[in-house]
Design a protein around this ligand. Structure first.
Ligand SMILES: Cc1cc2nc3c(=O)[nH]c(=O)nc-3n(C[C@H](O)[C@H](O)[C@H](O)COP(=O)(O)OP(=O)(O)OC[C@H]3O[C@@H](n4cnc5c(N)ncnc54)[C@H](O)[C@@H]3O)c2cc1C
Length: 472
């Protein structure tokens, strides 16, 4: 029997497992997909928000500000790409001036440090690519950009290294209350646990309804993006927001932690919460909206479009509370959920402890994580690695300079990459300008060799996404 079973390994499930894995607690992490971070946690703006957006006094405000404060050290400790690049909310009119002043006041009340309004001259010195119409801005110097999938993976890996059982490709299909525990039915057998934590993202209302009376609704809301090649990545230094509206934070232009430029998202409510398709119409809308911020983006350098689905709910705040004895909802975790995740994990641990779970620290807890990023190493270190393992001397992804050694590391890591996109998320092979056009077949070959399977069995991404019908 487990002490805690977590449904869903997005950033929230991973952060919660990470927070709990410090203690002598038996944890199961159950994920329906074949890898971690395949929901909203892989397809978002990747901003560590400062915390001026959420209403004062909400859980969202408290956990956003705390999560932002935690991100820098956590990313350093776990080798996650992160940059504290700061953000600007732009004003283009006297009415928007009032909005940024209101956001500034709210941010100060929420405890966001060093917020200030910058005037036009300073603003345009800070960001020369801004359009002339931008006349003032709210500046939050401590917001950041992160690799969202690596953030999730890193926390999940540390949890697994410290004893958490991760079950991938395992879908929760039923929940049964026993006298002092829950029986969790999955498509791969049953698990008994004293506590069940509902971190199922867009499916969190469905999970809630398996355990308790219906209480809230999830309203899936899709956001689409452009990703531009690294040659556009230096267009701006900070994350450039427009003023928020009823639809959300609006279209942003931002560098990414990997050095690309990202433009988006829109916000469209959809029926099918798994529908991450992109549409020409909405992408055109995003381009038009971003023109207001800057007309300097060269979309001929666009290398990819993608979409993510927000788990918006019919509540204004995050839903983090016991729905039944032993069943904790961590639901409706919309933006800024990526930012808040590490703080949500700690908050969930506090709630469980208050409810009677004994949180005795482990004697041997190892939260180190080292990732070899060959191209970032000094020449002497590169030479040493190649002497030790000649696979580090073979470049497989030319766009991103990723070696065979790094790909093999990813395939044999704590949570192994088993798909082409799993390799991409772990070591960036296929993330560059050609998007795997050159290295894709080589990655398939390496995966097949290392996993001891036929090339035709290798998947691109989720279950069923076969790439080949015969050997290369
Ligand atoms: C377009 C967009 C932009 C965003 N931008 C930002 C941003 O810049 N900054 C920020 O802080 N936040 C942002 N967010 C919000 C952030 O991405 C989310 O709050 C966060 O990723 C939610 O994490 P999660 O773990 O709750 O959900 P998810 O990542 O969706 O994880 C839920 C997991 O549960 C699994 N699951 C579901 N049902 C079952 C089942 N029955 N059995 C087993 N597993 C199951 C799913 O497969 C999934 O892996 C954005 C979101 C979107 C969509």
């Amino acid at each position: 029997m487990f002490d805690v079973l977590i449904i869903g390994c997005g950033v929230v499930g991973a952060a919660t497992a990470y927070a709990l894995s410090k203690y002598q607690v038996k944890i199961a992490l159950i994920e329906k997909e074949n890898d971690v971070a395949l929901g909203a946690s892989r397809a978002n703006s990747a901003i560590i928000h400062a915390g001026f957006d959420p209403e004062e006094g909400t859980l969202m405000a408290k956990l956003n500000v705390k999560g932002c404060r935690m991100a820098k050290d956590l990313c350093r400790k776990l080798s996650v790409p992160y940059r504290e690049n700061g953000s600007l909310v732009l004003s283009f009119s006297p009415e928007e001036d009032r909005t940024i002043e209101k956001l500034c006041q709210r941010g100060l009340k929420n405890g966001v440090p060093d917020l200030r309004i910058v005037e036009k001259e300073e603003l345009h010195q800070m960001e020369p690519a801004l359009s002339e119409g931008a006349c003032r801005a709210l500046y939050a110097p401590h917001s950041g950009i992160v690799s969202p999938w690596d953030y999730t993976l890193a926390m999940a890996e540390v949890a697994v290294k410290n004893g958490t059982e991760l079950h991938l490709s395992t879908k929760v299909i039923g929940l049964e209350k026993l006298s002092d525990s829950w029986m969790v039915h999955t498509d791969r057998g049953d698990f008994e646990s004293r506590y069940v934590l509902n971190c199922a993202g867009v499916h969190s209302a469905e999970m809630h309804n398996l355990a308790a009376e219906p209480d809230f609704r999830i309203i899936p809301c899709r956001g689409q993006y452009y990703v531009l090649d690294k040659c556009e990545g230096a267009l701006c230094t900070r994350t450039l927001f427009q003023c928020p509206s009823a639809l959300g934070k609006g279209v942003l232009v931002s560098p990414t932690a990997d050095g690309n430029l990202i433009v988006g998202p829109d916000a469209v409510n959809i029926e099918d919460s798994e529908d991450t398709s992109t549409t020409a119409e909405q992408l055109a809308f995003i381009r038009r909206a971003a023109e207001k911020t800057t007309d300097k983006i060269n979309y001929r350098n666009s290398i990819r479009n993608f979409a993510g689905v927000r788990a918006n709910s019919d509540r204004k705040d995050f839903i983090i509370s016991f729905a039944e004895k032993g069943f904790l909802d961590i639901a409706g975790i919309k933006s800024p959920g990526l930012t808040a995740a590490p703080a949500i994990g700690e908050y969930a641990a506090e709630l469980l402890e208050k409810d009677g779970l004994n949180l005795t620290p482990k004697e041997h807890y190892d939260d180190r994580r080292k990732v070899v990023r060959f191209k970032e190493l000094p020449p002497e270190e590169k030479n040493r690695l190649i002497r030790e393992n000649p696979l580090y001397g073979r470049i497989i992804c030319r766009c991103e300079t990723v070696t065979e050694g790094e790909i093999v590391d990813a395939i044999h890591s704590v949570i192994p990459a088993t798909t082409v996109d799993g390799v991409k998320r772990r070591c960036s092979a296929g993330m560059g300008r050609c998007q795997g056009g050159f290295c894709g077949p080589r990655v398939v070959d390496i995966l097949a060799r290392e996993l001891g399977v036929e090339q035709t069995q290798i998947l691109k991404d989720k279950d069923g996404s076969y790439m080949l019908d015969s050997k290369l």
